[in-house]
Each structure stands twice: as structure tokens, then as C-alpha cells.
Design a protein around this ligand. Sequence first.
Ligand code: BTN
Length: 331
Amino acid sequence: MGEPAEAGSEELVLAFLAEAGDEFVSGEAISDKLGLSRAAVWKHVNALRRHGYRIDAVAARGYRLREIPDRLTALELRPLLATHDLGQVLHCHEELASTNDFAKMLAEEGAAHGEAVIAERQTAGRGRRGRAWLSPPLKNLYLSVVLRPDLPPHRASELTLVASVALCEVIREAGVAAGIKWPNDILVGGRKVAGILTEMAAEPDAVHWVVLGVGVNLNARPEDFPDDLRSRVTSLAAERGQPVPRALFAAALLTRLEEWIDRHADEGFEPVRNAWRELSVTLGRRLEAQADGRAVEGVAEDVDASGALLLRTATGVVRIVAGDVQILPAR
Ligand code: BTN
């Protein structure tokens, strides 16, 4: 693991088995389709078993994929990806300080649009505003994607809302009623389940790269979080009462993210803004926010055409462009 992965024969055999779902596929069909000898197919099936795949082999029927290991490597992810760019080059690591830092280094070295970095654990995971992102091993998703958008720098922040819409939709499809707290926290019942950290390099009229970092608490248990965080965070598994197949989730997220990135490129920010409004748990709520270094209180009315939050206060509408907001109890 660690090197960017290209599809090898083992992956092709796996993709073939995965496509057949619950059905058996004959060794002959696989060897004909992939141009491999029957002995080579058998060798790849055994290699996959050593990686933790459960594959039935039954005389006169062939092979059937029974179970995939809960790992995030190219082997698990590739057969599940339905993207043209995102994740087509994958950098999968057991451990990194931060997937965002690694992706930024790749971007500086010329990584292509869509290259994705995943780590099973982060030793220095970063959140917004200099906070740490707790990254217990082998349970959650820590993913960063290098983007090279054709956007002026003042519009690059729209990509954070693009990502929050994609992320919230995929979490909802996993059966958890999540919503977006402005600008891009994903909450379930007021507790944080996922966050997005966007970083970029630009000059006045061009974006060089954007790194979109996503952390999702998938299978973490309450005891994986320190006491002081426990009441404010949750995970998909805790909410829906059953574990999340991580590779499926990661592939669904990359696929949905690409759909929204393409839509944003073709149609602009308006459809993103409309979807964001639908998924928001902020609009209509009473909030406290920071504007020009002072606390302001008001009701969240809308997001404007640049993604800024419009807060109706006692003295008029205040535009909040960055920072955190606190949702206040209803009066
Ligand atoms: C936040 O809500 O504060 C943003 C959290 C972002 C965490 C992710 S985990 C993957 C990527 N690598 C990092 O170091 N941070 C982001």
C-alpha cells in the first residue's frame, strides 16, 4: 500500500466476481474474459483470499464472492467506483499524519484532478480553525481529493458547499437523517458526524489546486471519543445501529462528489445552493455568529450567491462569510 494503484489482474478478477453479485462465475468465463489461464485465475483467487476476501469455489459451478474485508485499499474501492476522475488514482495508506497534508504535497508535485488520498489512521488529523480531528484507526473514513477546478479564486469556496451537499446526501442514503450546519458541518440530532476541510493554492486570477478533505465517523463507538467530545459527536453506526461497509461508503461518496462537481461546473452555484438549502439544519434557526470580530445574534435567513450566511439581526441583515455559528435554543 502507499503507491498509486493501477488495475492489475487480481483486481480484474475481483471486479468480475463483484459484478456477478451472488451468482457463481465459472473459471472458464473469467479466463476467457480476462485472457488469463485457468491456473492464473486460481492463483488470483487465492491471493484475494489471503487479503481477507471470502470466495467460494465449487466444482462445476465456479467462484462466488461471499464477503469483502473491511479495508480501504484500491482493491476494495476500484470495483465499486463509478467515476471518470475522482479516485481513479488512489493513494491508500495505513497511516498518515494528515491526508490533507499528503494531498497538498501531491498537488504541489503536479497531481491530476481527482487523485484521492485515504488513510486508515491519521496521527495529526486536522479540522477547521486549527482544531484536531480525532482519527481512530480502521473505523472511519479519512479522505482527501485533489481538485483542479476551472474557477476564479473568489468562487473556490463554493466547492465546500458542493462537498457538504454530496456528503449529506450519501449519509442520508446510508439511512441516517443528517443535515448541514453552516458552513459545512454534518450533524445528526445536533451531534457532529462528519466535517470538511478545504484548502487551496491560487494566484489572483487562477486556482492552482483545491484539496477537499473529508472526515466521516462511520463505525467509531462512543468510547473511541474522549469524554469531553462524547456528547457532541456521533457516528453512522451508532445512529443506525449497524456497521457501515466503509469501501461502499467511500466509493458512493467519491461518485456523488464527482456528480455534484460536474453539475457545479456545468450549471454554476445555483443548483448547489438550492440543494444546500434543502439539507440545511441552520436556516430558520436562531444563531450566534462572529462578524468583524464581534458576536452577533439573529435568525439564519439564507445563503447568498457566494455561500455566505445571511443573518437577520435586530438591526438588519448581516453577512457571515467565515467562522463557526452556534445554534441557540428557540425562544
Ligand atoms: C472540521 O469539521 O473541522 C473539518 C474536519 C476535516 C477532517 C478531515 S479527515 C481527512 C482530512 N485530513 C485532515 O487532516 N483533515 C481532513
